[in-house]
Design a protein around this ligand. Sequence first.
Ligand SMILES: [Zn+2]
Length: 415
Amino acid sequence: MSSFQKHHSQELGALFQAKPFQGQDPEKAKVIILGNDANYSEEISEQDFFKFILEYHVDGVKFWKKYGVHHPFLLENYPLNKTGGGVPYHRNFSKLGYTSEHAEIFSFVELLNIPTIGVTSTNLEEFWGLINIEHLKWLESIMLSKEPKIFFLSRSVLQRLQEIAKKYNIFSWLSDTKLEASGLQAIYQKDNTSIFVSYSFSASQIHGVIDSIRATIDDFLKKKDFKSSIVGSSKTERLPESEKIIKTRELPSVVETKISPNPPSYDCPVCNSKSTKRTSLVWVKGQSRSKRKTSGLGAIFFGKRTGVMGGSMWSTTDNQSKLSELTAPPTFFGISDFLGAILVCFLIFPFILALFGIPQETASLWGKNFFIFATIFMVIDDIFVYPSQKRNWDASFFCNRCSAQYIPGGKILKQ
Ligand SMILES: [Zn+2]
């Protein structure tokens, strides 16, 4: 058996990052089981069964309601050794006898916010290396919140919390707690928070206190008279089904996109080539090799879109700069364009007209009108056209084969 370390599954790690708990979110839960770390069998991620673990981590409350067991380790088809890897922990918890009707009440949170393998005590140094202060501060804030909550922790978890208190000045309010020899012990009671210490649910001694823990939880739930609690309450006090469903659907978007079964295709919708790349990346690469385009004055003469072409007359024309032109982002009219418009409309344009014998007054009137028109055009373009063009460009991909630009799963921008 491997010594204690971080579990190698990146998928599981990512789910933990998004939700560093199991079952209900501890901020919403009433009863919180606080452990050292979330233990898994090393080989769990290589099994087909792993999909149940992932499903559970996306929504533990929903999982309990769907499968009738609070944790995938208790499913009949769990394929690995049932005497280790976190299985006894959850089997013993299930001996409390709560059913899926209580799914919203229970949360499992650990001192470490990452999945692990092996027993913590086999590599304590590793445990301290994996400690995340922000996670611990979050835990402390939940413990000290005014929300009515009851916590159960093992002796070793309390010891760790006291060591953390010495090192990091978190949980220092637990520093002076003295432990009794055995049994279930209340160590903290303030406002609406009660903290009890007994044994880890993975330890055999837990069997001796299962009944006391059950009675303590029932007592707590009755006393606080929770609207959503099942214990001792009538049907009318329960949440309506629809509300329950909404609650169980609250998922961080990170997790949703991560397990989305149908990501959009990045292949070119025009020629089906797989050789595609984000347009902005192609452009940036081209930029580094080609000269900057002239803009400003040129843009006024040729219009924004053709201004880029005009500019390219003076720039190098190797493949990279061609690519850069093809993939250039939409431009917006800035102060230099405005100054350019003044120069053109009030000086250059009247001067050219004068060369053709047009009276100066007429020429400057034309220049003024042209300036007003150009200004309105630039402002409208900057406000109404540019933003959506830029958004599309940011999201677009470029086909190396046919030069099409498109939004994956969306429209074709250039062909
Ligand atoms: Zn293509």
